[in-house]
Design a binder for this molecule. Structure first.
Ligand SMILES: Cc1cc2nc3c(=O)[nH]c(=O)nc-3n(C[C@H](O)[C@H](O)[C@H](O)COP(=O)(O)OP(=O)(O)OC[C@H]3O[C@@H](n4cnc5c(N)ncnc54)[C@H](O)[C@@H]3O)c2cc1C
Length: 392
C-alpha cells in the first residue's frame, strides 16, 4: 500500500505533537499533516516517564529563551490548546528551581546568573543565611550560595501537556496513525518515502524526526549519523513526615534533585559517568537510591533521614553525546528531513518552543520567532560543541 501526505511526523509524543499543533495553526501552511506513532499507550516514551519540570536557569541564551516561551505557553494554555472550551489539565506548579552551590561551584553559579539576568530571568542569588531563613528545613553548612527562580519555573503534568497538543492537533485536522517507521528511503539530497513495518510506503514533501531515542536508528536508515544515545534515568517517589514548607525543585551540588510530588517527593541523580552507558532497558537502578541518593537527601534535609520509598521507574534521556543540547533542523546533506532530537533531559519544557520552531522551518525554511541557529547541525558536523553547563 502507498500513501501521500505533505508533512510526515515520526513520533507523536511531546515534540511530535507540539510540532503537529503549531504547524496546523500556521496561517501560511495549508498542507496535510500525518503523525506516525508506534505506540499510542506512550508508556515507554520519555515524555510519559519524565520528571516534568521546567526551569529558566540554563547557561545558554537559547535554552533560557526556549523555556521562557514554555512557561508563557503553560500560563496561557487555554488560548492555545482548548478544544470546545475544554482546557487540558497540565497542573502547572509555579514553585521555582533552587540551585545550590558549594564554594567550588560558586563561580559557575554566578556566571550562569549573569547570563540569566541578561535574558531577563527573574532569579535571585541567596546567601547561606538567606537560604536558612527561607528554607528552615535545609542544611546549608557546606553551601556558599543558592539561586532561586522567582517566576515561571516549576513542574507540570507531562502527559496532560502531550495529550493536550495531540487532541488540539487532531481537532485541527492532523491525522494520527499507530505505525512504526522502519526506514527512510533517500535519493540524493531528499528523503522520498517512509517505509512502515506493515509494508506501507508513505511519500511526503517534508518529514520530521521526533522519535526520541529511536531517532538515531531512523537517521541511520537515511545514511545520517546522529550523535544521540539512550541513557537511562531512574526516578524515585518517596514519602516523609518532614514538612518542607515552600519547597521548590532543589538541585543539590552533587547533581541530585528532589521536589514535591503529590503526597510525597520525587528525586533522582545521574549514574556515575562509567555507568552511564547506552542502554534501552527499563530495569530500575535500585542501588542509586540506597547507596547514593538517600545519603545525599538526608545530609541536605535532616528530615529525610526517615523516609519511605514507595515506587520508582526508569526512562531514557535522548542524550546528545557531543554537547547535551537539541539538534534542530535539517542536516546539511538532506533538505527535507528535519531533526529535533538529543534533548538530553530538557525536551518536555522546550516542546512548545521547539514545536513552534519546527513549524517555522517547515513553512518558511527559517526561524521566525526565536533564532535557534546555534542549535542546528552545523556545530555537530564541525565538531564544535555548544555546551550547556546546567545539565541535570
Ligand atoms: C527520567 C526522565 C526525566 C526527565 N525530566 C525532564 C524534566 O524534568 N523536564 C524536561 O523538560 N524534560 C525532562 N525529560 C526529558 C523529556 O522527557 C524529553 O526530552 C521529551 O519528552 C522528549 O520528547 P520526544 O517527543 O522527543 O520523545 P519521546 O517522548 O521519547 O517520544 C518519542 C516517540 O517516538 C515514538 N517512536 C520512536 N521511534 C519510532 C518509529 N520508528 N516509528 C514511529 N514512532 C516512533 C516513540 O514510541 C515515542 O512515543 C526527562 C526524561 C526522562 C527520561
Amino acid at each position: 500500500m502507498s500513501m501521500q501526505t505533505d508533512v510526515l511526523i515520526v513520533g507523536g509524543a511531546a515534540i511530535g505533537s507540539a510540532a503537529a499543533f503549531f504547524l496546523a495553526t500556521q496561517p501560511n501552511f495549508k498542507g496535510k499533516i500525518l503523525v506516525l506513532e508506534q505506540d499510542f499507550s506512550y508508556e515507554k516514551s520519555a515524555t510519559a516517564l519524565s520528571a516534568a519540570s521546567i526551569r529558566h536557569q540554563f547557561s545558554t541564551p537559547e535554552n533560557i529563551r526556549l523555556s521562557q516561551f514554555g512557561s508563557s505557553f503553560l500560563q496561557n494554555i487555554a488560548n492555545y490548546l482548548a478544544v470546545d472550551d475544554e482546557v487540558p489539565a497540565v497542573s502547572f506548579k509555579d514553585r521555582g528551581y533552587l540551585f545550590l552551590a558549594t564554594p567550588n561551584g560558586i563561580s559557575t553559579l554566578k556566571s550562569n546568573h549573569s547570563v540569566q539576568k541578561s535574558e531577563n530571568v527573574d532569579v535571585t542569588l541567596l546567601t547561606p543565611s538567606q537560604l536558612s531563613f527561607r528554607y528552615a528545613w535545609l542544611n546549608v553548612d557546606d553551601l556558599a550560595a543558592g539561586s532561586i527562580g522567582n517566576r515561571g519555573e516549576g513542574w507540570l503534568d507531562a502527559n496532560g501537556l502531550m495529550q493536550g497538543f495531540r487532541k488540539k492537533a487532531i481537532s485541527l485536522g492532523v491525522q494520527y496513525k499507530q505505525a512504526r517507521v522502519e526506514k527512510l528511503k533517500r535519493a540524493g539530497r531528499k528523503i522520498i518515502s517512509a517505509e512502515l513495518t506493515d509494508g506501507t510506503s508513505i511519500a511526503f514533501d517534508k518529514v520530521i524526526n521526533a522519535s526520541g531515542i529511536g531517532a538515531s536508528a531512523l537517521a541511520q536508515t537515511a545514511g545520517i549519523r546522529l550523535p544521540v544515545e539512550a541513557r537511562k534515568r531512574t526516578i524515585f517517589f518517596f514519602t516523609s513526615s518532614a514538612q518542607l514548607e515552600n519547597c521548590p525543585m532543589v538541585i543539590d551540588p552533587s547533581g541530585a534533585y528532589f521536589r514535591p510530588e503529590g503526597e510525597g517527593f520525587i528525586c533522582g541523580i545521574a549514574p556515575s559517568s562509567q555507568d552511564d552507558v547506552e542502554c534501552d532497558d527499563f530495569v530500575i537502578q535500585h542501588h542509586l537510591f540506597e547507596e547514593v541518593l538517600w545519603p545525599i537527601l538526608a545530609a541536605r534535609v535532616p528530615g529525610f533521614e526517615a523516609l519511605r520509598l514507595k515506587r520508582s521507574w526508569a526512562g531514557h534521556y535522548d542524550m546528545n553525546t557531543l554537547d547535551q543540547n537539541v539538534i534542530l533542523g535539517a542536516h546539511p546533506d538532506v533538505d527535507n528531513l528535519l531533526f529535533a532530537n538529543g534533548f538530553s533531559g530538557h525536551g518536555l519544557q522546550h516542546s512548545p518552543a521547539i514545536g513552534r520552531a519546527l513549524s517555522e522551518l517547515v513553512t518558511f525554511g527559517e526561524f521566525r520567532t526565536l533564532d535557534l541557529a546555534a542549535l542546528g547541525w552545523s556545530r555537530i558536523v564541525n565538531n564544535r560543541p555548544y555546551l550547556e553547563a546546567n545539565i541535570i
